[in-house]
Write a protein that binds this ligand. Structure first.
Ligand code: GDP
Length: 297
């Protein structure tokens, strides 16, 4: 399971301080040394760790103690609150268009889980919000990408718009949105092309798809298992394209958690959803406070 090592270490560390009736500056310092190591070992960006430790220390030393909590519990609460803030604070919901359809562009590197997540997101919108999404197959370069999305659509009994692989993604996006308006789809989810590495050609094309489709959201799909690489990928895509949010996939694997814990702080992009498996229902809206509770036990 994701975060297992980190969760174990943090829980052990906090356990030591939780019961204390009196917390000295030295206690806090010692605890923070251990928290710092645990975060670094979980592959959290070192600048993020540094800031985090600074904030928790400031708030823990010389704090006003709430009557309802022991000083030890109070420190644990500070760690929890700061971890929640680090993960994005409030849950970030999908921005919807006043005049449907709401357009969501899915971008990311090949293998991150883009096509799968496109299907999962459509399934989520239909099941939880009773929406009528149209899936758009605009990845014309990866062999079998169109077929894969059609298969996903077939499984979910949702329509997939495709014009084959000889029409440009820009044209596909344009026609798909026109069709969505005609047929009263309230969401259009565009599965775009990914490459193994970020390159100029890919970005140029994605920018053109963005211009024509004027999306309400541009979600970067990143594989949580790639750790700091996921953060770097998010920074590049954001610079070039202006993202609105991130979907972290494969959080069901044994990722150390570095990506999840660094991405908001480094890029200021909210994590909107997390992928928790290969199945179509394995997508969850991301709740920073719940994730924080899960990690801290
Ligand atoms: P794309 O190239 O970005 O479109 O990636 P795909 O959607 O084809 O996904 C690549 C692989 O990752 C597939 O085998 C998916 O089943 C798998 N995958 C996607 N999301 C998740 C997830 O949240 N958890 C797990 N375990 N596997 C995932």
């Amino acid at each position: 399971m994701a975060f297992e090592g980190l969760a174990d270490r943090l829980q052990n560390t906090l356990q030591k301080i939780r019961g204390k009736g009196k917390v000295t500056e030295a206690d806090v310092k010692e605890m923070m040394r251990e928290v710092r190591l645990a975060l670094l070992e979980a592959d959290v960006n070192f600048r993020v760790v540094k800031d985090f430790i600074k904030r928790v220390t400031e708030r823990s030393v010389g704090q006003e103690v709430l009557k309802s909590l022991t000083p030890g519990q109070q420190v644990v609460k500070v760690v929890h609150d700061e971890l929640t803030t680090l993960l994005g604070g409030e849950q970030s919901k999908i921005a919807v268009n006043n005049r449907p359809p709401t357009v969501i562009m899915m971008v990311g590197l090949q293998g991150a889980g883009k096509t799968t997540t496109t299907g999962k997101l459509a399934n989520h919108l239909r099941k939880k919000h009773n929406r009528k999404p149209l899936l758009v197959a605009a990845d014309i370069y990866r062999p079998a990408a169109i077929k894969q999305l059609e298969t996903v659509g077939g499984q979910l009994n949702l329509p997939v718009f495709s014009l084959g692989d000889q029409v440009s993604p820009v044209e596909i996006a344009k026609q798909a949105i026109a069709k969505a308006k005609e047929e009263h789809h309230d969401y259009v989810i565009i599965d775009t092309a990914g490459r193994l590495h970020i390159d100029e050609e890919l970005m140029d094309e994605l920018q053109k798809v963005k211009e024509i489709s004027n999306p309400n959201e541009i979600f970067l799909v990143v594989d949580a298992m790639t750790g700091q690489d996921a953060v770097n990928v998010a920074e590049s895509f954001n610079e070039q394209l202006g993202l609105t949010g991130v979907v972290l996939t494969k959080l069901d694997g044994d990722t150390r958690g570095g990506a999840a814990l660094s991405i908001k702080a480094v890029t200021d992009l909210p994590i909107k959803f997390v992928g928790m498996g290969e199945k179509m229902d394995a997508l969850e809206p991301f709740h920073p406070d719940r994730m924080s509770s899960r990690i801290l036990g």
